[in-house]
Each structure stands twice: as structure tokens, then as C-alpha cells.
Design a binder for this molecule. Structure first.
Ligand SMILES: *Cc1c(COP(=O)(O)O)cnc(C)c1O
Length: 224
């Protein structure tokens, strides 16, 4: 067993049933992905559309590709034919564009709304109020080629684990409220994507259903 497969097993051992792993393979080569694939991993996360599309073309077709990066409207069309889930939707405009491109492919694309829960200004996402306003407008209900499956967030990049826990906790609370207010008649709104290599155990304790773990499995990246 190679180190990627050992690391993968370790992370999987930490996941209770009901929590799924998105193995974040950005900036790692196809060979690294295949190591994880051969150990049974099928969900991979990427943050650049072009890189993800090249990998999708080269690698086995039963891989589920999750896009976890910052979205640009003009790139959506390249992943619309195959992407399994888009985690970082942070405006109605993006949701509408995903809907348009999905319709052209005859697909319905599962999407997560990204919330800004960290202290850093640099991270993307709706504020809780903005997200509630967007959902309350009801316009999204006409977008029949996207499926709102839940929420995504990134905690502050800090060693203060109390702070991180608090951020995950507030996102979970908001998730429960949102599900009750806007999705009580649907079972599709059920995913909470939070937790990375250094904080996924906390995220799981605070209610994550999807964790996005990269460097702990594949090793350090040269770039962020
Ligand atoms: C890169 C990235 C991850 C994985 O980060 P690691 O620290 O390598 O586990 C998770 N989520 C998002 C949004 C990312 O961009």
C-alpha cells in the first residue's frame, strides 16, 4: 500500500456513516488520483475548471467530480456535461448560469450555496442575510436544471480551534433553519460541506455530511 492509500484509509476511518469524503486532488497528477481510485475512492474535488476537465477526460468515467473552487460564469459550460456537484455557488447570477448550461446538456446539476463564515475578508460566499434574501425571493424555484442540495463553508485559517468550531456550529445552525424554512417539502437539501485537512474532525462533530480533504491524503501542494 502506498502512502496515499494509507492516508486515505486513515481519513476514511475517521468518518462516521453518513459523512462522505471529497478527496481534494487539485494540483496533484493523475497517477496520485489513480492510487486513491484503486483503493476505492470515487469522489474527487478540484478547484480549477480546466484542470478538472483534463483529468475527467483522462480518468475512469465512474469518478464523481466535485468543483470546490471559485466559480467564473464563463467557465461553467466546460464542466456542465459531467460535474457531479458544484460546492461554491455564491450568487443568484451563478446559479442561473449553471442552470442555463445544465439545460443545454439536458442535466440537473446538484449545487451547494457557499456561506462566508470565516473572519478573513478574502474568502468568498454569501452572508447569512444575503443567502436568506436570495432564497426568500423564490426566483431560484424557476431554475429547474439545478438542484439545491445544501450548504458549503470554509472556516478561518487559524489555530484557534474554538473559533473554528464556532464557525462550523453557526453554519450548521443556519443549515437547519434554512432547511426548515425553504426546503421542508424536499429531501434533496441535505448536504453540509465543511472541514479540510486540519479541521475536518471538528466539522464532523458540528454536523458536516461532506468533508473536503486534500493535503492529508495527497501530501503538500506547491501552490494553493
Ligand atoms: C484546497 C481546498 C480544500 C482542501 O484543503 P486541504 O487543506 O488540502 O485539505 C478544501 N476545500 C476547498 C474549498 C479548497 O480549496
Amino acid at each position: 500500500m502506498c502512502s496515499i492509500q494509507r492516508n486515505l484509509k486513515e481519513v476514511l476511518n475517521d468518518l462516521p456513516s453518513g459523512v462522505r469524503l471529497v478527496a481534494v486532488s487539485k494540483f496533484h497528477p493523475n497517477e496520485a488520483i489513480m492510487q486513491a481510485y484503486e483503493a476505492g475512492q470515487r469522489i474527487f474535488g478540484e478547484s480549477k475548471v480546466q484542470e478538472m476537465t483534463e483529468k475527467q477526460e483522462a480518468l475512469p468515467k465512474d469518478i464523481e467530480w466535485h468543483f470546490i473552487g471559485h466559480l467564473q460564469t464563463n467557465k461553467i459550460k466546460y464542466m456542465a456535461p459531467y460535474v457531479a456537484m458544484i460546492h461554491g455557488v455564491d450568487s443568484y447570477k451563478l446559479l442561473a448560469e449553471i442552470n442555463k448550461q445544465a439545460a443545454k446538456c439536458g442535466r440537473t446539476i446538484p449545487c451547494l450555496l457557499q456561506l462566508h463564515i470565516a473572519q478573513e475578508e478574502t474568502k468568498f460566499g454569501f452572508s447569512f442575510d444575503e443567502c436568506t434574501a436570495m432564497l426568500a425571493s423564490g426566483e431560484w424555484k424557476s431554475l429547474t436544471h439545478v438542484s439545491l442540495c445544501g450548504l458549503m463553508g470554509m472556516a478561518s485559517n487559524t489555530d484557534d480551534m474554538q473559533q473554528v468550531r464556532q464557525e462550523f456550529h453557526s453554519l450548521h445552525e443556519y443549515f437547519l433553519q434554512t432547511r426548515e424554512h425553504f426546503f421542508s417539502d424536499s429531501s434533496t437539501f441535505r448536504e453540509l460541506s465543511m472541514g479540510m485537512s486540519h479541521d475536518y474532525p471538528l466539522a464532523i462533530q458540528e454536523g458536516a455530511t461532506l468533508v473536503r480533504v486534500g493535503s492529508k491524503i495527497f501530501g503538500e501542494r506547491l501552490y494553493i
